[in-house]
Design a protein around this ligand. Structure first.
Ligand SMILES: [Zn+2]
Length: 230
């Protein structure tokens, strides 16, 4: 029997469908410490608790230099918080690796390690689409490169190594994430435990305190403010 599909639509007409294809039991989710992946983690746990009680969930984090590697700490806080909220026992591991430059190959390699160790066949990423083109943020540092150009990025990629990579948020912007936080009543319960800021480490080498705050000025902070205040 096919597993149920949960559909969510925000106030801007954006829709996502949430489902895990039937054959997959051993799942991996990437969390960054940011709001998008934290929400997906919560949704994944809720979904599995209801529909896949024998699921095994493994969490993976790429600690990256743009976030001063400190997102390793934020993602741990997110996971702890989600464990408190859900009381789940489906999470079997949290694997954190230290990235040299947040590149795709490193993520692929980390997923291969997890796949080998735990037999993962399905991985989930929380990447969202950029805001609409007419939305411009007044930022000191703009983002380094355009994320996910176009809206044609596939939701699901099947690799010949047996892993399916699913990006349920890739065709919606962050306003959908804000919608989901409201929908699941997580604006106070979970959102404050996340951090999206990427104030650049290079400018803050000597002041690690910046890593525990939100600068409020970088592209990512502006995007977050935009989406959650719409
Ligand atoms: Zn920031």
């Amino acid at each position: 029997m096919q597993r149920p599909i949960d559909t969510y639509t925000d106030n801007f007409g954006q829709t996502i469908k949430f489902t895990i294809p039937e054959q997959h039991i051993k799942l991996c989710i990437n969390i960054s410490g940011g709001a998008d992946s934290a929400m997906l983690l919560l949704m994944l746990i809720n979904y599995c608790e209801t529909h896949i009680p024998d699921a095994e969930l493994h969490v993976i984090t790429s600690a990256n230099p743009i976030k001063g590697w400190y997102n390793a700490k934020w993602s741990t806080s997110v996971l702890d918080r989600v464990l408190q909220i859900t009381g789940t026992t489906l999470i079997k591991s949290h694997y954190t690796f230290y990235s040299t430059d947040q590149i795709r190959e490193e993520m692929d390699e980390a997923e291969r390690v997890i796949q080998k160790l735990h037999g993962i066949t399905f991985t989930i990423h929380g990447t969202t689409q950029n805001p609409p083109l007419d939305v411009k943020f007044d930022t000191k540092n703009n983002r380094f490169e355009q994320r996910d150009p176009g809206h044609a990025t596939p939701l699901l990629v099947e690799y010949d190594n047996g892993i399916n990579r699913w990006m349920p948020l890739i065709q919606v912007d962050k306003r959908m994430v804000a919608h989901l936080y409201n929908h699941f009543n997580m604006m106070e319960e979970l959102f404050p435990y996340t951090r999206s800021c990427e104030q650049h480490a290079k400018e803050n080498m000597d002041t690690p305190t910046w890593m525990v705050t939100h600068c409020g000025e970088c592209w990512w902070c502006k995007e977050r403010e935009w989406a959650f205040e719409e």
